[in-house]
Design a protein around this ligand. Structure first.
Ligand SMILES: [Zn+2]
Ligand SMILES: [Zn+2]
Length: 131
């Protein structure tokens, strides 16, 4: 069991799953949503994710039709994205985890739209869009 929370601590969640891969998404929407070079995320099953507190402060913004980005409306922490056509999966923003993660394989996705000022300096696989 893993636990996570937003920056202000209002939202708390638990995750009953092992994280098998971390995706670093360099798409322009993730850059806007994080204010950084990429978003660090992993795919989890919606049924494995449970809010422990603060669900009422979670809002979402659709960055594309049917793609909801869920965040804490008090502090702005991005929590996950959920797609209308695949509501059984969440793309969890793993920077919100409080539990330490074991070393986990990484892949870079949407590298075709990565920030020109950021250089990928590791040997992990890179995909122009999705793998
Ligand atoms: Zn918050
Ligand atoms: Zn992205």
């Amino acid at each position: 069991m893993m636990n996570g929370s937003c920056l202000c601590g209002t939202v708390k969640y638990e995750l009953n799953a092992d994280i098998s891969q971390i995706l670093l998404c360099h798409c322009s929407r993730c850059r806007k949503a994080t204010g950084s070079a990429f978003a660090a995320l992993t795919l989890v099953r919606t049924e494995d994710f449970k809010f422990l507190a603060g669900e009422h402060t979670v809002k979402h913004f659709d960055s594309a039709p049917g793609v909801g980005r869920y965040f804490c409306q008090d502090c702005g922490s991005p929590l996950f994205t959920k797609r209308e056509n695949a509501p059984e999966l969440l793309r969890l923003r793993i920077g919100t985890l409080d539990t330490k993660l074991p070393a986990t394989p990484i892949a870079h996705v949407f590298v075709a739209s990565k920030a020109e000022w950021f250089e990928i300096c590791d040997a992990n696989p890179q995909y122009a869009e999705r793998p």
